[in-house]
Design a protein around this ligand. Structure first.
Ligand code: IMP
Ligand code: MG
Length: 175
């Protein structure tokens, strides 16, 4: 067992469970994109560890880009995010899979999908390792989800609280 870390509560996904979920998602995605070239877009920074592991599970050729958004103000009704670091490459005509570490309200992904649609990708899907069980915009479909969790704050495996805990190899609640 890892040494206890300040502020951590229950482990919701341990290392083995994460490995299993990532392998399952990788196999499913590889099957669905069997005759395609996949273009992964990781949403920084939470997806960094996940997308690196997911990519290694793919058996289809894949390219990788990243995007970073400024979070919308929590509680604001608009859900308008802003792009901090845009994609390096155009996505027109490409089969794009947006990869997110965690989906909570879904506002960030919903904003990104609307933005990406205007760039005319050949296809556009979403993969989230963790999705909180809560209401999300009706136009948002999570095509691939690792695990549904209750609406609690979690950290680890790329997910942070105030930039802390990203390095943990498991996902746990905060106390
Ligand atoms: P959403 O727009 O509400 O779906 O939230 C998206 C972003 O909020 C994620 O990309 C995370 O950066 C952050 N976030 C939401 N819930 C959590 C959590 O439980 N732990 C860490 N980050 C979270
Ligand atoms: Mg964060």
């Amino acid at each position: 067992m890892p040494r206890p870390i300040d502020g951590l509560g229950d482990v919701l996904l341990d290392e083995a469970a994460i490995e299993r979920e990532v392998a399952r998602l990788g196999a499913q995605i590889s099957g669905d994109y069997a005759d395609k070239r996949l273009h992964l877009v990781g949403v920084l920074k939470g997806s960094a560890l996940f997308v690196a592991d997911l990519m290694r599970e793919l058996t289809v050729p894949a390219t990788l880009d990243f995007i970073s958004t400024v979070p919308y103000a929590e509680g604001s009704a608009s859900g308008v995010a802003r792009i901090r670091k845009d994609l390096d490459d155009p996505i027109e005509g490409r089969d794009v899979l947006v990869v997110e570490g965690i989906c909570a309200s879904g506002l960030t992904l919903s904003y990104l999908l609307r933005n990406f649609e205007t760039r005319n990708p050949a296809s556009l899907r979403v993969c989230a390792l963790v999705a909180k069980t809560r209401e999300r915009p009706p136009d948002l479909t999570l095509d691939y989800v690792g695990l549904a969790i209750p609406d609690v704050f979690v950290v680890g495996y790329g997910l942070d609280w105030d930039e802390r805990y990203r390095h943990l190899p498991y996902i746990a609640t905060l106390t």
